[in-house]
Design a protein around this ligand. Structure first.
Ligand code: KG4
Ligand code: ZN
Length: 333
């Protein structure tokens, strides 16, 4: 069963062909990072235009690399949200039109769910029920998942997402965009490890907060302008990783689950991966780094689990209302 999937929620245009929800035949990702580096962050209008420039050509290439004709594709899927509206609309409308023209069933996919399902690619078969820690540029969520379609959001960030904090601190330290890999690279170069930055524990909740940490970095930088940025980056990364993993463990102590799933761009962080594997005492699944950041293979993996919920691409129904995912993660408004 072949799914052709599209992802365009932010600054990556991606087209993928995946067999039976697990085997990646191709996963092409065209990043706009060089474009957004010039502005130190994403300009939504520019992102949408860049998707539009590349999507048709990328689709032809993807089918070529996968070695399949469009006729052999069984379903077409695309991210419906959450994400930048203009950027989403490009991939979603392109995919839906393609499904209409080729008379294929169409599957709308929640982006966060896509990140979680990246854990089913590359031959992995995580055991449910599970707790998923989704950490990306727009989200920091603790989610209980007991079946392919039943998600319950237990906690989330009250201000910045973890990836957003990496991006903003990177900008403060003059380390560039995207901030996650830049901060991780700086932290690796640290020679001294005695800066202690705060952790927001928000006791009695499963929520997160990273805005105080961000301000603490700014204050530290202003007060001690000669502090090596590598040491600040190391301390910042330690603080984020410590809070993410400690709060996940607190939740695990309250629930009876079989595994932990890490997902989202920040899950490609080596320190987070290492601490998760050493501190969490039940199986931890983490996609390979290139499948943690936005890609269309993860959208195909999620679509496979929802293939019975496909829609007729030319129908005028409210697409959101057809998606039933328990405590649905996307913003229906
Ligand atoms: O999941 P993703 O590709 O896009 C969203 O859905 O937001 O995540 C992007 C985020 C960015 O904030 C980026 O800085 C962060 O993931 N990121 C990292 C690393 N690689 C990407 N954060 C920490 N360490 C990394 N190695
Ligand atoms: Zn994402």
């Amino acid at each position: 069963m072949l799914i052709l999937a599209f992802e365009s929620s932010c600054d990556e245009t991606s087209v993928s062909v995946v067999e039976n929800g697990t085997k990646i035949l191709c996963n092409l990702i065209q990043s706009q990072v060089l474009m957004h580096n010039k502005t130190g962050g994403i300009v939504p209008e520019v992102a949408a235009r860049e998707h539009l420039k590349i999507i048709s050509q990328l689709t032809d290439q993807a089918l070529n690399v996968a070695g399949v004709q469009i006729e052999s594709i069984d379903y077409i899927a695309a991210t419906i949200g959450p994400g930048l509206p203009g950027a989403l609309m490009v991939g979603f409308s392109y995919a839906r039109s393609m499904a209409f023209a080729t008379k294929k069933p169409f599957i709308p996919v929640d982006h966060i769910e896509g990140h979680i399902y990246a854990n089913w690619l590359e031959g992995n078969m995580p055991i449910l029920p599970a707790v998923a820690l989704v950490v990306s540029g727009g989200h920091t969520e603790l989610i209980y998942m007991d079946s392919a379609s039943n998600f319950k959001r237990i906690g989330g960030t009250r201000d910045d997402a973890a990836g957003e904090a990496f991006d903003k601190v990177s900008r403060m330290l003059g380390a560039g965009y995207p901030g996650g890999p830049a901060i991780a690279a700086l932290a690796n170069e640290a020679k001294k490890f005695d800066i202690e930055l705060p952790r927001a524990w928000l006791p009695g909740t499963h929520d997160f907060s990273f805005s105080g940490l961000k301000t603490a970095v700014l204050n530290l930088k202003n007060k001690f302008p000669n502090l090596p940025v590598e040491e600040i980056a190391w301390s910042f990364q330690e603080s984020v990783v410590d809070v993410l993993i400690s709060k996940t463990i607190t939740l695990l102590n309250e629930l009876n689950v079989q595994s932990v799933l890490l997902a989202g761009g920040v899950a490609s962080n080596s320190r987070l991966r290492e601490v998760a594997k050493t501190k969490i005492k039940i199986p931890v699944f983490i996609p390979s780094p290139k499948l943690c950041t936005d890609n269309a293979a993860m959208i195909a993996a999620a679509a496979f689990r929802h293939k019975d919920d496909f829609i007729d691409p030319c129908s005028l129904i409210d697409i959101y209302s057809t998606m039933n995912r328990g405590d649905l993660l996307i913003d229906k408004n």
